[in-house]
Design a protein around this ligand. Structure first.
Ligand code: GRF
Length: 192
């Protein structure tokens, strides 16, 4: 299966996916990386791995999203992408776009959804005083961090944790969770 990753920033989940799904993999191969940020580290990581890396602008104001989605949709079709993986993609896609990819678009989020959706999930967990949090890979639907859950990995919240230490502990699990979730979807073991 041909995989595309959409990433806005650092791209550590992208790196985990590139390692798990290299060009010669029988199950899936990351063949395209798209970013809405010019010069995103994610684009450099893709290029270094020899994978096509495309910057597509998300212009400010009304019509910005439509502009991005038009270009992204065309590229995804041209490259015959089977599965779209959001990995630190910091934009909300339209319900129409998400519907076109229903069951074929995944996201990773740094909390045990449905707890702590949206921005700063790790900070939200600390502020709530929970003793356990983690990460979730889920199918994307029209909501923000909603959609059927594929898998979760849990981590403890430890005394003295800061947003940084907790985020790092969760991130380690993200890098295991995302490839595993993609494998399950590609093997047809889970459906939305
Ligand atoms: C991750 O914590 C992911 O769960 C969240 O954004 C962060 C992206 O990190 N959606 P990276 O760009 O994959 O390093």
């Amino acid at each position: 299966a041909r995989l595309a990753v959409l990433a806005s920033g650092r791209g550590s989940n992208l790196e985990a996916l590139l390692r798990a799904f290299p060009p010669e993999d029988a199950l899936g191969q990351v063949v395209l990386v798209i970013s809405d940020r010019r010069g995103a580290p994610a684009l450099q990581k893709a290029a270094r791995a020899g994978v096509e890396a495309e910057y597509l602008p998300w212009p400010k104001g009304e019509g910005g999203r439509a502009c991005f989605e038009e270009a992204a949709g065309q590229l995804l079709r041209e490259r015959r992408i089977d599965l779209v993986l959001l990995a630190g993609f910091m934009r909300i896609l339209s319900p129409q776009f998400v519907d076109q990819w229903a069951g074929r678009i995944l996201n990773i989020h740094p909390s045990l959804l449905p707890a702590f959706p949206g921005l700063h999930a790790q900070r939200q967990a600390l502020q709530a005083g929970v003793r356990e949090t983690g990460c979730t890979v889920h199918f994307v639907d029209a909501g923000v961090d909603t959609g059927p859950i594929i898998l979760q990995r849990r981590v403890p919240v430890l005394p003295g944790d800061t947003e940084e230490t907790l985020s790092a502990r969760i991130l380690e699990q993200e890098h295991l969770a995302y490839p595993e979730a993609v494998r399950r979807v590609l093997r047809g073991e889970v459906q939305p």
